[in-house]
Design a protein around this ligand. Structure first.
Ligand SMILES: [Fe+2]
Length: 346
């Protein structure tokens, strides 16, 4: 068995491969690491066959849906997962066959109702059911402290104490532990009393994870993160540097249309000389009138450089062949001391 552990902040993903057949599965992939996973698989001579989420994540953006499209392989989740993009719904006691490896599913509700652990040889991928020195929280959607008690004390902790525990999170840089070690040292497992355990879980008073609504929106419904929309737009458009634009503005370059996509108030407060005003919210509605020639070079700019990237991407989609975005925004332009014109459009 081949194992690669990839940490993203506190999130842990795993690339598990069969050394005989080179078939691999990716467990709990995170969206910012897609290239990293693919590079690791390629370097190890592995072919990713399955994308598995141990549960609906509330704290990071799952990469399973995007990778499934890219690699044309199925997304595997527990059968009760709400995500509409799951290809293979799997139940307790069932297995994913990965070459010579068998990934055994143990349904462990508690952190979420769709949580599962995966046992592969002497490894147990515990998702957020059992962490090193902690457990998953039970105060997020579909969490249930009573169910977590049963999943831990009546299932996971009864497994072989030598089993190695690989959790979906660790914030202290540890890679793994064992069932035996957790029974001996994990403070949340000290009390075997159900009521006391539930009481403790209800009183953890944890802060909400950042991006929780966005993460749940994406992981439960298959939508896109704002960062992903921006990255996709950025991959479709060329950029022009502030310095290059400054030279062209100084040279009164008539070949270039500078399109300021901020709101009127921001534009009138100070814009690039000769820039046209066309707020992003009106782009599609007014583009035919304001930019009649789709073969002109149009440079979109905004305050910080994000909205202009989306605008340039939209312009390209609409057939403006030479639309580009400013690498930076008006904030950086002003900070560089470049010329600014105050007032209405020319
Ligand atoms: Fe989680």
């Amino acid at each position: 068995m081949i194992l690669e552990q990839i940490a993203t902040g506190g999130c842990q993903s795993y690339l598990v491969g069969c050394s005989e057949t080179s078939a691999a599965a990716l467990i709990d992939p995170e969206i910012s690491q897609i290239d990293h996973y693919l590079a690791l698989a390629a370097r190890g001579g592995l072919r990713i066959r399955y994308l598995i989420d141990t549960h609906t994540h509330a704290d990071h953006f799952s990469a399973t849906q995007q990778l499934a499209r890219q690699l044309a392989v199925p997304v595997v989740m527990y059968r009760a997962s709400p995500a509409p993009f799951v290809d293979m719904r799997i139940g307790d006691g069932e297995m994913v066959v990965l070459g010579r490896l068998r990934l055994q599913v143990i349904h462990t509700p508690g952190h979420t109702s769709d949580s599962m652990c995966l046992q592969v040889e002497d490894h147990l991928f515990t998702g957020d059911t059992l962490l090193i020195g902690a457990t998953g929280r039970t105060d997020l959607p579909s969490g249930d402290a009573e169910a977590l008690y049963d999943s831990l004390f009546n299932r996971i902790l009864r497994l072989d104490p030598a089993l190695k525990v690989y959790p979906a999170h660790d914030y202290n840089g540890r890679t793994h532990s064992t069932i035996g070690q957790e029974i001996a040292e994990n403070p949340r497992l000290k009390t075997h009393d159900r009521a006391a355990f539930v009481e403790m879980m209800h009183n953890l008073n944890l802060t909400m994870p950042t991006h929780i609504t966005e993460a749940l929106r994406i992981n439960m419904s298959g939508g896109k993160a704002v960062a992903q929309l921006l990255a996709e737009a950025a991959a479709r458009v060329p950029f022009m540097s502030l310095e290059e634009l400054k030279e062209r503005v100084d040279a009164m370059d008539d070949d270039l249309i500078v399109l300021d996509v901020r709101e009127r108030e921001a534009y009138e407060g100070g814009h690039i000389p000769r820039a046209l005003l066309l707020p992003r919210g009106q782009l599609e509605l007014r583009v035919n009138k304001e930019l009649p020639d789709p073969t002109r070079r149009v440079l979109a700019c905004c305050e910080l450089g994000y909205i202009s990237t989306l605008a340039a991407s939209t312009l390209r989609e609409m057939g403006f062949l030479y639309a580009v975005a400013l690498d930076g925004g008006m904030k950086a332009w002003r900070e560089a001391g470049y010329p600014v014109k105050v007032g209405r459009e020319p």
